[in-house]
Write a protein that binds this ligand. Structure first.
Ligand code: SAM
Length: 235
C-alpha cells in the first residue's frame, strides 16, 4: 500500500511528465498510431449510449479528444479532470466552441472534488494506467457515478494475438520510444509509455479490480488484434 507521501510524489512525477510533453502530445499520438487512436476513441464512444441528458466525467481528459467526441454526440455536459495543467490548456484551446457545455478541473483521479451520484457516465481513455493509486480512484469513480450509470475505459492491453505480438513489442519498445523521445525531447516519457502498458494488469485482473470497487460488468471488447481493450461497467 502507498503512503500518502509516496502517493503524492509519484502523482506529481506523472503530472510533470505530461506537462512537459503536452505540446507534442496530439501530433505524436496521430503520427505514432497512424490515426488509429482516434478510431478507437470513436468506437468507444459509440458503445457508451450517450444521449442529450448525459452528464459525463472524462477522467484524465488530457488534450480533450474523448470529451470532444462526447460533446459531438450532444451530451448535456462534460467535465474533464486532469492533474496536468498544460494538457488542460490544450483542451481548453480545442473546445472553445463547447465552452458552455465543457469545463476542466485540475485534479487527480484519486480525489474528485465532485458530488456523489452525479454523473450518468464516467469515461477514461488511455488514462487508467497512469493513475497512481488505481483502487482509490476506482472507489472515487464509483462514488460520483449515478446508480445505473456507465463507467467506460479504453486502454492498451499487454497481451495481444500471438502473430501481432512480435511486431507490437518491437514497435512499442524501439520505434515508438525513439520517435516519441526525439520529437517530444523527452525520451523518458516515451519509455514510461511502454513501461506503463507492461505494468497494467491483464484484462481479468483489471475487471476484478473494478468489480471489487462495486461495479458490475456489461461488456469487454478487443480492438485491432487486442492492442486496445474497451471495458464497460455499470454502477
Ligand atoms: C495518455 S494521456 C490520455 C489523455 C486523453 N484521455 C486521451 O485520450 O488522449 C494520460 C493522462 O492521464 C493524466 N493523469 C496522470 N495521472 C493522473 C491521475 N492520477 N489522475 C487523473 N489523470 C491522471 C495525465 O496528466 C494525462 O493527461
Amino acid at each position: 500500500m502507498l503512503t500518502t507521501d509516496n502517493l503524492y510524489d509519484r502523482q506529481k512525477e506523472t503530472r510533470e511528465m505530461f506537462n512537459r510533453i503536452a505540446k507534442t502530445y496530439d501530433p505524436l499520438n496521430r503520427g505514432l498510431s497512424f490515426g488509429i487512436d482516434s478510431l478507437w476513441r470513436k468506437k468507444a464512444i459509440s458503445h457508451m449510449e450517450i444521449a442529450e441528458n448525459s452528464i459525463i466525467l472524462d477522467v484524465a481528459t488530457g488534450t480533450g479528444d474523448l470529451a470532444f467526441l462526447a460533446l459531438k454526440k450532444n451530451a448535456a455536459r462534460v467535465i474533464g479532470i486532469d492533474p496536468a495543467y498544460e494538457m488542460i490548456r490544450k483542451t481548453n484551446e480545442k473546445l472553445t466552441a463547447y465552452s458552455k457545455k465543457f469545463f476542466a478541473i485540475e485534479s487527480f483521479g484519486e480525489y474528485l472534488p465532485l458530488a456523489e451520484d452525479y454523473f450518468t457516465h464516467i469515461m477514461i481513455s488511455y488514462g487508467i494506467r497512469n493513475i497512481t493509486d488505481r483502487p482509490l480512484a476506482l472507489k472515487e469513480f464509483y462514488r460520483v457515478l449515478r446508480p445505473g450509470g456507465r463507467f467506460a475505459i479504453l486502454e492498451f492491453s499487454k497481451t495481444i494475438l500471438p502473430l501481432a505480438q512480435t511486431f507490437y513489442n518491437i514497435y512499442f519498445r524501439y520505434i515508438l520510444t525513439k520517435i516519441g523521445g526525439w520529437v517530444s525531447g523527452d525520451r523518458k516519457a516515451y519509455e514510461y509509455f511502454h513501461d506503463s502498458v507492461s505494468r497494467f494488469p491483464a484484462k481479468e485482473e483489471f475487471i476484478k479490480e473494478c468489480i471489487d470497487a462495486g461495479f458490475g460488468i456489461i461488456s469487454v471488447k478487443s480492438m485491432s488484434f487486442g492492442v486496445c481493450t474497451f471495458y464497460l461497467f455499470q454502477k
